[in-house]
Design a protein around this ligand. Structure first.
Ligand SMILES: [Fe+2]
Ligand SMILES: [Fe+2]
Length: 445
C-alpha cells in the first residue's frame, strides 16, 4: 500500500469517528464501540521517527538488464523500500516495497527489495529505506515514517552497458584485506563485481553469520552501494547448518531468467555487460557427494548435470550467442596443469580442480568459443594459457593466505580486445595483464 493510500485511510477512519460522534451516520453505519475504541487507539498511537534503524549501507545484487536487487540490514521489525529514478534529484522516482507477495517481506534484520521493469544499460539513482512497524492494537500494524539511506547509483546490465566488470574471490571473512579489494574496484569505477565464492571462513550456522559477511561487515562503508555484486558460491559457502538459508540475505535470481526445467538453478546467471557475456556456473563442494563430510544430504553431481543442460541452452539466446566475448565464472578451477593435482573425484583430501565439472561443461565452452574462465579456490593467482585442446584460458584469482595475496581481476574491452588486469590488492600493484580477441561469431548483438 502506498504512503498516500495510508494517509487517506487514516483520514477516513478519523472522519468516520467524528461523524459517528456527531450522530450524523445512519443506523448501521457507525462502528461498534469496541471497534471504534480500537481505531481511536490506533490513531492516537504516535510512532516516533526511529533512530539507528538502518544498519549499514545497501548492498546491490543480482543485477540483470531489467532488474536489480538491494538488501540491507535493520535493527527492528520493518518494511523495506527502494526508490529509483533516472536523475540524482530523484524526480519522478518509482518506489518498490520489500519483495514478497501478497505480504511484503517485513523482517527485524534483513530487508530485500527488487527493482523491476528497468531499462538495460542505464544509469539509475536510488535510495533504500525502512519504516519501523509497531502494533498498537493486537495485530494491527502501524508504520513509522520511512528512514532513507543516502542516494547511490548503479548501471543495469545489458548489451549497451559498459564492457567492464571485476572478479574477487576467497575473501574468507578477511575483512581488512577485502576492504583493499573493494577500495580498488571503486577507484576503477567497476560497475559490477562477481564475488566468486568462499565468502565465509568455514561454517555459517545462523542467518546472522550471513548478515555479518554481506550486509554489516566491519568494512561496509558502502562496498556494494554503487557496485552491484554477483554472488557465485564456493565450497565454503555450502558449509554449516544455515548454508541453505543464504537466500534470506542474498537474493536468488528472478525465476523469469530461466526455463521451468531449470527453476531450481536460482544462482546461475548469463547476461551481457556490453560486449561481454558473463556466465556463472556453480562447482559446489570440493568433495564427492558420498564423502562422509556431506552427511548424505548433498546432491552436487545431479546439480552439475542440471547446470550442463542449462549452460547449453544459454547459447541459444541471441544476446549470449552473439557476444563478442564470453567469460565463464566458476569457483573451483576447471583445469590444473599439475599432473597430480586432486581432481575432486576421490575421498582423499579435496578437489584442487574439478574434473566432473570440466567433463560436463568444457565441451560446451569449447563449442561456443568461450575465451576465458575466471576461477578461485586455490588462493594463488595463476594464468593458464589456452591450448589447441583447451582453447579457453583460465585465470585463477588470489585469496587469503600466509604466502598468497588477494586479487581483483578487472576486465574491460579496450581497443577491440578484452583486457583482464590482475591487481594485487595487498601491494597495490598490477601483477598480470591478459588480452583476448573477439570471438568469430555471426550477427553480433
Ligand atoms: Fe577459498
Ligand atoms: Fe574454495
Amino acid at each position: 500500500m502506498s504512503e498516500k493510500m495510508n494517509l487517506e485511510r487514516r483520514s477516513f477512519l478519523k472522519g468516520t469517528a467524528l461523524l459517528a460522534a456527531a450522530g450524523l451516520l445512519e443506523k448501521g453505519q457507525a462502528m461498534m464501540p469496541s471497534e471504534q475504541a480500537a481505531y481511536d487507539k490506533y490513531n492516537a498511537c504516535n510512532v516516533p521517527r526511529p533512530t539507528g534503524l538502518l544498519d549499514g549501507e545497501p548492498v546491490l545484487q543480482v543485477p540483470a538488464p531489467d532488474s536489480m536487487g538491494v538488501a540491507f540490514a535493520v535493527t527492528a521489525l520493518s518494511n523495506g523500500f527502494v526508490e529509483v529514478a533516472e536523475n540524482p534529484q530523484m524526480e519522478g522516482a518509482t518506489r518498490f516495497m520489500a519483495e514478497g507477495f501478497p505480504l511484503a517481506g517485513i523482517d527485524d534484520r534483513v530487508l530485500r527489495v527488487r527493482m523491476t521493469g528497468l531499462k538495460p544499460g542505464t544509469k539509475y539513482w536510488y535510495r533504500a529505506g525502512a519504516a519501523k512497524l509497531v502494533h498498537p492494537v493486537g495485530y494491527w500494524t502501524k508504520p513509522s515514517e520511512i528512514v532513507w539511506s543516502s542516494v547511490h547509483t548503479f548501471i543495469t546490465a545489458g548489451a549497451n552497458a559498459p564492457s567492464h566488470f571485476g572478479m574477487m574471490c576467497d575473501t574468507h571473512a578477511a575483512f581488512e584485506q577485502m576492504a583493499k579489494i573493494t577500495k580498488k574496484y571503486r577507484e576503477l569505477g567497476t560497475p559490477l563485481v562477481v564475488w566468486n565464492g568462499d565468502i565465509p571462513t568455514s561454517l555459517t550456522n545462523k542467518r546472522e553469520d550471513f548478515v555479518k559477511h554481506y550486509l554489516v561487515p566491519p568494512h561496509n562503508d558502502g562496498y556494494a552501494a554503487d557496485t552491484a555484486i554477483v554472488l557465485n558460491r564456493g565450497n565454503h559457502d555450502f558449509r554449516g547448518t544455515a548454508a541453505n538459508r543464504l537466500c534470506e540475505v542474498m537474493m536468488p535470481r528472478l525465476p523469469t531468467e530461466r526455463a521451468m526445467r531449470d527453476i531450481a538453478l536460482d544462482r546461475n546467471f548469463a547476461f551481457r555487460m556490453g560486449e561481454v557475456a558473463l556466465i556463472g556456473l556453480d562447482t559446489g563442494e570440493d568433495k564427492p557427494d558420498h564423502h562422509p563430510a556431506n552427511g548424505g544430504f548433498s546432491r552436487f553431481t545431479p546439480y552439475r548435470v542440471a547446470q550442463a543442460a542449462w549452460l547449453k541452452d544459454q547459447f541459444k539466446r541471441p544476446e549470449i550467442a552473439g557476444a563478442p566475448y564470453i567469460v565463464a565464472f566458476v569457483h573451483i578451477p576447471l583445469f590444473d596443469p599439475r599432473p597430480n593435482a586432486n581432481p575432486g573425484t576421490t575421498l582423499e583430501d579435496y578437489a584442487v580442480w574439478h574434473k566432473e565439472c570440466a567433463d560436463l561443461w568444457s565441451p560446451t565452452l569449447i563449442e561456443n568459443g568461450v575465451q576465458l574462465v575466471l576461477a578461485g579456490h586455490q588462493h594463488r593467482y595463476r594464468y593458464d594459457a589456452p591450448t589447441p585442446q583447451r582453447p579457453w584460458a583460465q585465470i585463477v584469482g588470489g585469496g587469503k593466505g600466509k604466502t598468497t595475496f588477494q586479487t581483483l581481476v578487472d576486465c574491460q574491452v579496450e581497443d577491440g580486445e578484452l583486457v583482464a588486469r590482475v591487481h594485487n590488492t595487498d601491494a597495490g600493484t598490477v601483477v598480470g595483464e591478459h588480452r583476448f580477441k573477439p570471438r568469430a561469431v555471426q550477427g553480433m548483438v
